[in-house]
Design a protein around this ligand. Structure first.
Ligand code: MN
Length: 246
């Protein structure tokens, strides 16, 4: 029931996009399939965490996960709905991906909170209990090709994440040449945003805001990053990678 409702909404969104932007709407369709759980109906809402708050212990602690999800992510959702309402777009807004892709047409409140909602919705799915290890298959091949080895990739990605000044995110993304690259965005920006210097389809992201780690790791961001590799959900990263290549 819920699935068919979503499918209907996706089709309706494509019809609404019109023929003039056919290639853009084809891309929209693919991204909405990736993040179908956040296709809007009216208000955006907080997606449930796909595991228990304590499931990522000891690497990420229960209280951090609970506050991060129920307070921080919920606030991005609430403030996004509020900001869209103030623009008169509460019930007629675009999908979350398309808002990000056309973010230059919105105000700062939408930019910060659409980014926050998108980034966190993605982030939860990129972790799982008993995760970690190494990727396999086509993703492993592509990482080896772009970064010479999995270990070298992890080191480069970690170094990028450590280098973020203040609050932001580190990303592994598929660029317009279908090549993997890594980079960072400030605040709640992401590589889908048309205003971002870093552009592409994100397949792995790491939140390095202090709220993501301060309760357990205090000022030791490198320790949080090292621990985070133990909960990465490589199956989901591989799935997003294969979708991003289509
Ligand atoms: Mn966060």
């Amino acid at each position: 029931m819920k699935t068919s409702r979503r499918n209907f909404l996706q089709k309706a969104a494509l019809v609404g996009a019109g023929g003039m932007v056919a290639s853009a709407s084809a891309q929209t369709s693919r991204l909405e399939n990736i993040f179908s759980e956040v296709v809007p109906e009216n208000d955006f809402s907080l997606p449930p965490l796909p595991y228990a708050y304590d499931a990522l212990e000891p690497h990420i602690d229960k209280m951090t996960m609970e506050i991060h999800h129920t307070k921080h992510h919920q606030a991005y959702v609430n403030n996004l709905n509020k900001a869209l309402g103030e623009m008169g777009k509460k019930d007629t807004h675009d999908s979350l991906e398309n808002i990000c892709k056309k973010i230059s047409g919105y105000n700062t409140a939408v930019r910060n909170n659409a980014g926050g909602h998108f980034n966190h919705s993605l982030f939860w799915t990129l972790m799982k209990p008993s995760g970690g290890g190494s990727p396999s298959g086509a993703l492993a091949d592509a990482i080896n090709k772009s970064f010479t080895s999995i270990e070298n990739f992890k080191t480069s990605f970690s170094d990028k994440a450590k280098s973020v000044f203040g609050s932001g995110w580190a990303w592994l993304l598929v660029d317009s040449n279908k090549k993997l690259s890594i980079g960072t965005t400030p605040n709640q920006d992401n590589p889908l945003m048309d205003i971002s210097d870093l552009k592409g389809t994100p397949v792995l992201g790491l939140d390095v805001w202090e709220h993501a780690y301060y309760l357990k790791y205090q000022n030791k961001r490198p320790d949080y990053i090292t621990a985070w590799w133990n909960v990465v959900n490589w199956d989901e990263v591989s799935r997003l990678y294969s979708l991003a290549l289509k």
